[in-house]
Design a protein around this ligand. Structure first.
Ligand code: PMV
Length: 323
């Protein structure tokens, strides 16, 4: 039976998180750690899934039984993507799916969106549907929303297009940027954040203090636009300063933690240009921009402060067929 392998990159939010949920824009880059999905048509009328790194071994359901989106998180995104694809194109075959994570799903590097994008792309390949990036994005984003209920879709876009993108809520604008590799150091804060919970936290704040929160979002939007320019010009020092400004606004939104602040201070003491949360906050990763000559010092300082280094490069290729 025909077998297809595809892979999609993880992502790092560079600028604009949270504000992008409310109609503003953000900058996101794809990273060179990838999720790989292998799909095979099988004779049995079943969907079988193995994703050993997230402890899914031997999951199976009959094709005639509706997929359960309450099951294990790793399965939910796969099932949601299959369901969206089935609704759009019809799907009559049994499938065997194997997922390999090139990075820990704890880091918040976008494993769920990369998996959803991989499934749509792999199904398109195996059922000979020619889908472009935007079509894959639309289907995978729907799948992610069906599972999570909230989200701007920036992570789905990064998995589809790759590179570094200027992105506006819901994919209204998706502009690939010409950018060099960013001199970033990335550190995991040691605890996994739940993105939907943090989105709801900011939502509550916005309901309570609408004007103040909207002003913060507007300031973030301005930073994103300036950062877009500096990033394309490779002006790292100025980009770092904008990162720090963006971080200060995220602190005002209440999404930082003492551990994140400790890591960020450590990065500054080691001579970083700038640093911020990357993503929803509440844990996950911080990104630090520093001159190449300072990287080693920054890395040492982050480890000393209790961070775990995440060695990824920016601007990776989007979803692609491997075999
Ligand atoms: O926590 P992450 O890396 O999934 O990033 C979430 C970013 C938000 O802006 C808070 C949500 C979104 O979907 O844009």
């Amino acid at each position: 039976m025909k077998k297809i392998t595809v892979s999609a990159p993880g992502k790092l939010m560079l600028f604009g998180e949270h504000a992008v949920v409310y109609g503003r824009s953000c900058l996101v880059t794809a990273v060179d750690s990838r999720i790989t999905v292998e799909i095979k048509k099988i004779d049995q009328q079943e969907v079988k899934i193995d994703a050993p790194q997230v402890k899914i071994n031997g999951y199976q359901r009959k094709l005639s039984v509706e997929a359960c989106l309450n099951s294990h998180k790793g399965v939910r995104f796969i099932e949601a993507a299959i369901e969206i694809f089935r609704k759009r194109y019809g799907l009559v075959n049994g499938l065997k799916i194997k997922v390999e994570n090139g990075f820990s799903s704890n880091y918040g590097l976008g494993s769920s969106s990369a998996i959803s994008v991989c499934i749509v792309k792999a199904l398109a390949e195996i059922f000979s549907k020619k889908l472009g990036c935007k079509q894959i994005f639309n289907l995978a984003y729907k799948a992610v929303l069906n599972v999570q209920g909230v989200g701007s879709g920036f992570d789905v876009a990064a998995a589809c297009w790759g590179g570094t993108l200027f992105y506006t809520t819901g994919g209204k604008k998706i502009v690939p940027l010409k950018a060099e590799r960013l001199p970033l150091v990335i550190a995991y804060s040691g605890n996994k954040a739940d993105t939907p919970t943090l989105i709801r936290k900011v939502q509550k704040l916005r309901l309570k203090r609408l004007n103040e929160t909207e002003k913060i979002f507007d300031k973030i939007e301005k930073i994103v636009k300036r950062a877009k320019k500096k990033l394309q010009e490779g002006k790292w020092e100025e980009l770092g300063e904008l990162m720090t400004k963006n971080h200060e606004l995220l602190v005002k939104l209440g999404v930082s933690t003492p551990k994140i602040e400790k890591l960020i201070s450590a990065a500054f003491s080691a001579g970083a240009f700038g640093a911020k949360i990357s993503g929803a906050g509440g844990g996950d990763c911080i990104i630090v921009l520093a001159g190449k000559e300072k990287h080693h010092l920054v890395e040492q300082a982050l480890v000393k402060a209790g961070g775990a280094l995440v060695p990824v490069e920016t601007g990776a290729e989007g979803v692609r067929r491997e075999k």
